[in-house]
Design a protein around this ligand. Structure first.
Ligand SMILES: Cc1cc2nc3c(=O)[nH]c(=O)nc-3n(C[C@H](O)[C@H](O)[C@H](O)COP(=O)(O)O)c2cc1C
Length: 164
């Protein structure tokens, strides 16, 4: 049996919703990245400070976790789009682990189409083993059920790829 880990960051719950849908549907482990100093999810200041962090390629210190991502055969990584790129906590995570030999699958949550951010995500990972990628637009705003269905279908496709 392949070991699968879903890793994600989420400030306002969209990426978290998708992460939980995926992990539940394929019965994987799940790891939520949490910065030691989190932004306030309410109000508009998050756009300024979050946008600043993302643009400046900041790597905020993450709270410790007791999972070793390198123990897994497949890592499914999810991030919100911040300032046309992946979020700073994901940057922190990627700087800590060399995932170049891992099977990966990637998703983003964004307000717009998220294409540019997905390209940056893939460029950073430089992995030849990206088994799938998918983008979601504001699940909480446009429909949790439809997003869940899309996430579950996608996760099952990925699972089939590593089982074959
Ligand atoms: C700091 C910040 C910057 C953002 N920048 C973008 C962006 O460049 N493009 C976009 O489509 N959405 C952008 N968004 C919207 C988020 O990507 C979107 O709301 C996403 O679903 C949030 O995921 P979460 O609820 O898991 O935190 C931004 C949101 C924040 C807080």
């Amino acid at each position: 049996m392949s070991k699968i880990l879903v890793v994600y960051y989420s400030l306002t719950g969209n990426t978290k919703f998708i992460a939980e849908a995926i992990a539940e549907s394929i019965n994987s482990d799940i790891l939520e990245l949490k910065p030691v100093k989190e932004l306030n999810a309410e109000g508009g200041s998050k756009y300024f400070w979050g946008g600043f962090q993302a643009t400046m390629k900041k790597k905020p210190k993450l709270r410790e976790f007791d999972i070793n991502p390198l123990d897994y055969d497949l890592i499914i990584l999810g991030t919100p789009v911040w300032a046309w790129t992946y979020s700073p906590p994901i940057r922190s995570f990627l700087s800590k682990y060399d995932l170049s030999e891992k099977n990966l699958a990637l998703w983003t949550c964004s307000q717009g189409d998220g294409v540019k951010a997905m390209n940056k995500f893939k460029e950073t990972l430089k992995s030849t083993n990206i088994l799938g990628e998918i983008r979601f637009q504001e699940p909480k705003q446009y429909g949790l059920e439809a997003s869940k269905e899309k996430a579950v279908l996608w996760a099952k496709e990925i699972l089939q790829k590593i089982q074959n």
